[in-house]
Design a protein around this ligand. Structure first.
Ligand code: FDA
Length: 388
């Protein structure tokens, strides 16, 4: 084989950003491989034929950032709709706005509190455990927002996310539970937000639309029968950017890093709009899923190309991941952090390989974080390797 100048393992936003930068700044030839049969990593989406909905295959993805460098960068490849993220929650048969705000509070208590009155009420209710150190997540939640709101909106939702009773979960999982003492239920507080106008996949295809970039799909870095495998590239001294799981790279030799995953259950309805919003959380224990996503409602501007009589919804069931499951959220206990630090040391001695992205660094990153770290990793780590 004639090797390229750089091989990138993983066609997610980290890998695509590094590939785009390497070609733009140094004119090198880049080979991207991905074990999946599509590019885009977890931000990948596809159009659902029956409904015209853009389905986010690995969970709902909303783009938001306050980082000007990232915003300018992504706007080279896509424009964004004026979508503003808002979430609702069903509790005890009633729908409430989230994050918890004055609307939620007044609806929940059947009241017309002013901001100051609501603030005083929550402070009083949060004082229930005053003077004690929260022993578990339940106590922590109560001490942050008081028992009534905690039990209605946080307790069972968090319990479902972790498949563990919150009285058994460490207090440290939650540091703060924001409550807004006005009617603002805009979910994100970032300067910019929106959804890619022509969809996520079109955006990411444009990032690598260059004859110097080749992509091989359904290609596993650890499969010795394909040319861009770990051992062959090492022997040939080809620089590699690796965005797969860091423990897998080292054959899990120090143990497995723990993740949570989500199972999606698709439900189709013979109606144009099922929820009237894109995201419905289920706060109670009797509904086994945490939330449901109605993808059509992310893109109301596409009404003309959507089916007015059909809609598709994905219910999300959260659980601990086994090897072979999609790793989604790092569990991040003290033991996991310690283990990751050990893998990171091993990674530092791989002179020709740069580890990046959410799997390569065992971190939960939003898309804007991943793009930002990829731009920096390109400058500080990848470009120096390519100039050698
Ligand atoms: P990503 O996982 O996207 O890419 C890594 C690629 O490496 C994958 O395509 C994988 O197949 C490939 N790979 C792994 N092992 C390999 C091997 N052995 N050989 C070849 N290829 C291999 N962010 C945000 O900003 N807003 C949001 O709303 C959300 N929502 C959200 C929901 C859920 C459920 C999750 C899990 C995540 C989000 N995110 C998010 C985060 C977002 O998904 C994340 O920031 C990016 O996808 C990370 O991009 P990476 O390139 O780091 O990894």
């Amino acid at each position: 084989v004639e090797y390229p100048d750089l091989v990138i393992v993983g066609a997610g936003l980290f890998g695509l950003t590094v590939a785009q930068q390497a070609v733009e700044h140094l004119g090198v030839r880049v080979q991207i491989i991905d074990v999946r049969d599509h590019i885009g990593g977890n931000a990948y989406s596809y159009m659902d034929e029956e409904t015209g909905a853009e389905v986010h295959k690995y969970g709902a993805h909303l783009f938001h950032t306050s980082n000007k460098r990232v915003w300018d960068y992504v706007n080279r490849f896509t424009s964004f709709t004026n979508y503003v993220h808002r979430v609702y929650a069903t509790h005890d048969g009633v729908v409430y706005p989230l994050p918890i705000n004055l609307g939620t509070i007044n609806q929940f208590f059947g009241a017309h509190y002013t901001p100051a009155e609501a603030k005083a009420l929550i402070a009083e209710q949060a004082g229930e455990l005053a003077g004690t150190d929260p022993a578990n997540l339940n106590d922590k939640g109560i001490s942050l927002i008081g028992r009534p709101l905690y039990e209605a909106f946080i307790k069972n939702y968090t319990g479902k996310q972790w498949q563990t009773d919150p009285s058994e979960l460490p207090a440290g999982i939650i540091n703060r539970l924001p409550v807004r003492f006005n009617y603002d239920n805009r979910y994100f507080r970032d300067t910019w937000e929106g959804l890619p106008t022509d969809g996520y996949t079109k955006w990411m295809e444009r990032m690598i639309d260059d004859s110097r970039i080749s992509v091989s799909l359904s290609t596993d870095f650890f499969d010795a029968s394909q040319p861009y495998n770990k051992e062959a590239l090492k022997a040939a001294g080809v620089p590699v950017v690796y965005t797969g799981p860091i423990d897998r790279y080292f054959d899990y030799r120090l143990g497995d890093l723990k993740w949570r995953t989500v199972d999606f259950k698709e439900v189709r309805y013979d109606e144009g709009d099922h929820f009237g919003c894109p995201v419905m959380n289920y706060s109670d224990a009797d509904v086994p899923y945490t939330r449901a996503i109605e993808f059509k409602n992310f893109n109301p501007e596409r009404a003309d190309s959507q089916n007015p009589n059909k809609t598709v919804v994905w219910e999300e069931y959260s659980r601990f991941a086994e090897r072979g499951d999609e790793p989604y959220y790092p569990v991040n206990t003290a033991a996991d952090k310690e283990l990751y630090a050990q893998y990171e040391q091993l990674a530092a001695s791989e002179a020709n390989t740069v580890f990046g992205g959410r799997l390569g660094t065992y971190k939960y990153y939003d898309m804007h974080n991943v793009i930002d770290t990829a731009l920096t990793a390109y400058e500080n780590q990848v470009a120096p390797l390519l100039r050698k």
